[in-house]
Design a protein around this ligand. Structure first.
Ligand code: SF4
Length: 71
């Protein structure tokens, strides 16, 4: 699955990493999550959602693949 951290919304609270460190990582020096768009195994969906719902800035979103072109 793919997800994205919007660098313009991230305010560096670090909640994402605190809630789901297996998915999210904040820059130790800046405190901001600088992952941008990333890919993670589907098995981590629950952790992705946990960090996403815990982010106070709603900076995290799940990316859904566009449906394949109509035949
Ligand atoms: S919880 Fe949200 S605002 Fe805080 S570091 Fe993570 S992505 Fe950024």
């Amino acid at each position: 699955m793919r997800a994205r951290v919007d660098p313009e919304k991230c305010m560096g609270h670090g909640m994402c990493e605190a809630l789901a460190s297996e998915v999210y990582e904040v820059n130790e020096e800046t405190g901001y999550n600088e992952m941008g768009e990333f890919e993670t195994p589907d098995e981590r969906r629950a952790a992705v959602l946990k960090g996403m719902t815990g982010c106070p800035e709603q900076a995290i979103s799940i990316l859904v693949d566009a449906p394949s072109a109509a035949r």
